[in-house]
Ligand binder design. Structure first.
Ligand code: AMP
Ligand code: ZN
Length: 134
């Protein structure tokens, strides 16, 4: 059984901040920033591609609720990054779908940067390929 299923069953301790019938929210054991929380559907599915729509939507609603609560804990919480890592290539280390809520502070150690690739790709052909698979 995966580590998050063990946590959901109560076999491994966690710092739970929210629970309902379908979803739990726990503090990430390694706080990327203070308040870093994981939103975890109770039903096991591996990742974004495999999760059913209801579990996903339930988790997203809990993400909003928990972010709202975290924002009220301190005036220093100025924003959030919501993050899902899908598969090893994207940094997924626990194969049970979850959403990271990462509170952002004026000075924190998070660096999310994209290279400016404007003009380097044919957006029409990229969009066409995606639309063909919808
Ligand atoms: P990811 O790399 O997106 O799969 O994220 C997995 C996250 O789970 C990491 O940020 C870990 O710090 C966190 N994590 C792993 N084990 C535990 C645990 N027992 N309790 C809380 N968080 C955990
Ligand atoms: Zn699991």
């Amino acid at each position: 059984m995966c580590v998050f299923c063990e946590i959901i069953k109560g076999n491994i301790p966690s710092k739970k901040v929210y629970e309902d019938d379908n979803t739990i929210a726990i503090l990430d054991i390694s706080q990327a920033t203070v308040g870093h929380t994981l939103i975890i559907p109770k039903k096991h599915s591996k990742n974004l591609l495999e999760i059913d729509e209801k579990s996903y939507l339930d988790a997203m609603l809990v993400a909003k609720k928990v972010a709202s609560a975290i924002s009220k804990t301190s005036n220093d919480v100025l924003g959030f990054n919501l993050l899902n890592n899908c598969n090893e290539v994207a940094g997924q280390t626990v194969d049970h779908f979850h959403i990271h809520i990462i509170p952002r502070y004026k000075k924190d150690d998070i660096k999310l940067e994209f290279i400016d690739n404007q003009g380097k790709f044919d957006l029409d052909s990229i969009a066409k390929k995606i639309k063909e698979n919808m």
